[in-house]
Design a protein around this ligand. Structure first.
Ligand code: FMN
Length: 158
């Protein structure tokens, strides 16, 4: 199945895992980039005045402007793996901003969450509900410290 991995990574954990999955299954990669990148200070969830904290508190602020939502050759992919860090139990909103900007049509879509400790929870289901189209699967959550063996084992199930 021709597969595209669309990922957002604020720090580097999701990016690293996305690249490992890509190498295992031969998928292409598309990185979602906010028009205004998040600085370390922006990401400080312990600071009640930080950008991410304010966006978390006010859902209206979570539709983030992106550099691009035009993944090259989008129409040619049969399957899309969408990967994101978990922020307060849900998909980091730059990724959900991508998901709500495109039409998945008939594509199979697999959500992959990366977190410190939270489970996949409803993060994938919420993306599926917000998206246009797509045959959304249950998905998986990886620890930010996932081992190569864990990643490889999962790719074998695809
Ligand atoms: C704003 C913010 C909120 C987070 N919320 C959670 C959370 O609810 N549960 C959790 O297990 N980890 C949480 N984390 C940790 C990240 O999900 C985790 O470190 C992830 O691997 C980061 O991916 P990245 O390096 O690709 O950005 C949060 C991190 C940030 C910056």
């Amino acid at each position: 199945m021709k597969t595209l991995i669309v990922y957002y990574s604020a720090q580097w954990h999701t990016k690293t895992i996305a690249e490992k999955i890509s190498a295992e299954i031969g998928a292409d990669l598309f990185e979602v980039k906010p028009a205004e990148a998040y600085s370390e200070a922006d990401l400080d969830w312990t600071d009640g005045t930080s950008r991410v904290y304010r966006e978390h508190k006010d859902e209206k602020l979570r539709k983030v402007a992106l550099e691009s939502t035009n993944a090259p050759d989008w129409d040619s992919y049969e399957r899309v793996i969408v990967m994101y860090p978990v922020w307060w139990g849900i998909a980091a909103w730059p990724l959900s901003s991508f998901v709500t900007s495109v039409d998945f049509g008939e594509k199979e879509v697999i959500p992959v969450a990366v977190s410190h400790s939270s489970p996949l929870g409803d993060s994938g289901k919420l993306l599926a509900e917000a998206a246009k189209g797509g045959d959304w699967k249950n998905g998986i959550r990886f620890s930010q410290d996932a081992t190569d063996a864990e990643i490889k084992d999962w790719t074998k199930t695809l």
